[in-house]
Design a protein around this ligand. Structure first.
Ligand code: PEP
Length: 240
């Protein structure tokens, strides 16, 4: 059976003091489900110290596709691994939309993460215009195939994040999520974990996580509110 995973994406939020309080609360409250916190780069050392010996994995939000070199401002997979990261987000829609990351660049970052021994969490998802045009499956297949053409998927995680649901308060219905997850499952196989992301909150998490191909969540806004993140993790615990 696939182990559930709940990953919090803190985006560009936080401070040393606020992080410490949030990590303390999450570490004290999360019980018996695998979870990860994707922290901004400067705080990875703080996260490594605080999360040592807990069940909470440290993660980053992106990485360079290059192993090293003259790439000012970039951070390599090896650096993330040295700071204790286990996971790294790859191809988050904000990276694709705001920083112009192409499918090929995302595929290169995915390969770089694996080469550094990290588990990439590959984000795919359609815009509202693409969904309305009936192109959801074509878009997520294109995003995924670019990666699979280049790399295997062992140890990786897939996250279906409809762009129209991120930070909008409008989540995909459990049925909409399950339909896309089942489509993706046919490509990545029964072993791979597929997370749903997009306005997951304590109130909608139980129904989303009850879908057979939803193996947990990628959580943005609610991951910055300790009680909400803890409740979402509790909803991800397998029943029975
Ligand atoms: C995200 O940023 O990946 C995300 C899912 O954000 P939110 O939960 O705020 O929609």
């Amino acid at each position: 059976m696939r182990a559930r995973l709940v990953a919090g994406n803190w985006k560009m939020h936080g401070s040393l003091a606020a992080n410490q309080a949030l990590l303390d609360a999450i570490a004290a409250g999360v019980d018996a489900v695998e979870c990860a916190i994707c922290m901004p780069f400067p705080y990875l050392a703080q996260g490594r110290e605080r999360l040592r010996g807990t069940q909470i994995a440290l993660a980053a939000q992106t990485l360079s596709e290059h192993a090293s070199g003259a790439f000012t401002g970039e951070v390599s997979g090896a650096m993330l691994a040295e700071f204790g990261c286990r996971y790294v987000l790859v191809g988050h829609s904000e990276r694709r939309q705001l920083y112009g990351e192409s499918d090929q660049q995302v595929a290169a970052k995915f390969a770089a993460a694996r080469a550094a021994g990290l588990s990439p969490i590959l984000c795919v998802g359609e815009t509202l215009a693409e969904r309305d045009a009936g192109r959801t499956e074509a878009v997520v297949a294109r995003q995924l195939e670019a990666v699979l053409d280049r790399s295997g998927f062992e140890d990786a995680v897939l996250a279906y994040e409809p762009v129209w649901a991120i930070g909008t308060g409008r989540n995909a219905s459990p049925q909409q999520a399950q339909a896309v997850h089942a489509f993706l499952r046919a490509r990545v196989g029964t072993e791979a974990r597929i997370l749903y992301g997009g306005s997951v909150k304590p109130a909608n998490a139980p129904e989303l996580f009850a879908q057979p191909d939803v193996d947990g969540g990628l959580i943005g806004g609610a991951s910055r509110v300790a009680q909400d993140f803890i409740a979402i993790c509790a909803a991800a615990k397998r029943k029975g």
